[in-house]
Design a protein around this ligand. Structure first.
Ligand code: SF4
Length: 336
């Protein structure tokens, strides 16, 4: 008997939509276009998106990742610096202007929309409640749109219980874009019960990509022996997908960055695998994982389509005259 005939059958339920969202696609495009237009180095403040494969790919093209603008050497002050898709506090572009730097802001338009909603609450005299995770760059960026003391971060039900506003009738909330839809609904319910006059933002803060990826996992997870989410440990939306899979009925759910992280010995007896990828995980890694399973199992892939996404966010005008080759496009779309 050869190796092929001994392989166990495995059905992979592959979620669609999965992986790159329009905001991630745009952010990567901005770095690639800037490298083509201005040449290396192009500085990028913080990981452009939370994915090591993407970051290393851009480093190979000449991007230099920094955490603070002060890391840009004076002789490279004319090189562009790109702000990541997660958004930055207002102090960062201000700092860039003071240092006479040329910056390109790759903040996702849907994060910018949350910034505007938070500023609107503030303008209307409301104290802002930001539902999100402490320390996440998006939360730091949103907080940094507002005056000192104008916002309070709400992470848990305990935070809701402890919060004592100066004026309970003058509150407004926004949320991080990549939260769990279910957990956020729970926190909002608790907040609304305590503060019935709290005002909602004019538009939903959790973005379409987060909602669609969670919905696809929720529909696909029941009964799966294992659910794999491709993504980085610091990717908020990827980590939420792991939780959604477990809650929706997957027997086990794991976050992996590459096929090499899959615990093959522990999963030898599975017959159904759910598979999805966070908004910052490139499709090439999903392919790598499917191929790794094909090498060990007799694989059937079933596509589980729950939504069609047509969102496309254009890059800033200054980069629109640069053309991308087919190879550039493959990288930007996560295929190379
Ligand atoms: S996950 Fe949502 S908010 Fe974040 S970059 Fe993608 S589309 Fe924008």
């Amino acid at each position: 008997m050869d190796a092929t005939t001994t392989r166990m059958p495995l059905t992979i339920r592959l979620c669609q939509p999965r992986g790159f969202c329009a905001g991630v696609d745009r952010a990567i495009q901005i770095v690639v276009l800037a490298l083509k237009k201005y040449g290396a180095p192009v500085y990028v403040r913080h990981e452009i998106v939370h994915n090591r494969y993407v970051v290393e790919g851009l480093q190979n093209l000449g991007a230099v990742f920094i955490e603070e603008l002060s890391e840009i050497p004076p002789e490279h002050r004319a090189s562009p610096v790109v702000f990541s898709a997660h958004g930055v506090p207002k102090s960062v572009p201000q700092d860039a202007r003071e240092r006479d730097l040329f910056y390109l802001d790759a903040t996702c338009p849907l994060v910018s929309k949350v910034h505007k909603q938070a500023m609107r609450h503030q303008r209307l005299g409301r104290h802002v409640l930001l539902i999100g995770h402490a320390g996440h760059p998006e939360v730091i960026g949103t907080m940094g749109q507002l005056a000192e003391g104008a916002a309070t971060l709400i992470e848990t039900e305990a935070d809701v219980a402890e919060f004592e506003p100066a004026d309970p009738s003058a509150l407004g909330f926004v949320t991080q874009t990549t939260l769990s839809v279910e957990d956020t609904a729970g926190l909002l319910k608790a907040l609304q019960e305590r503060f019935p006059e709290m005002q909602a933002p004019a538009a939903e803060s959790i973005c379409y990509a987060t909602t669609n990826r969670q919905e696809a996992v929720k529909e696909t997870a029941p009964g799966a022996d294992l659910f794999l989410i491709v993504g980085a440990p610091n990717s908020s939306n990827s980590r939420r997908l792991v939780e959604v899979a477990e809650r929706a009925g997957a027997k086990m759910s794991l976050l992996v960055q590459r096929a090499s992280e899959i615990p093959w010995d522990e999963i030898a007896n599975i017959s159904t695998l759910g598979l999805s990828a966070g908004a910052s995980a490139p499709e090439i890694i999903v392919d790598e994982i499917i191929n790794a399973f094909r090498a060990r199992f007799d694989v059937t892939v079933e596509l589980a389509v729950t939504a069609t996404e047509t969102e496309d966010f254009p890059v800033m005008r200054v980069l629109r005259d640069v053309e991308l080759t087919a190879a550039d496009m493959a990288f930007v779309n996560g295929m190379a």
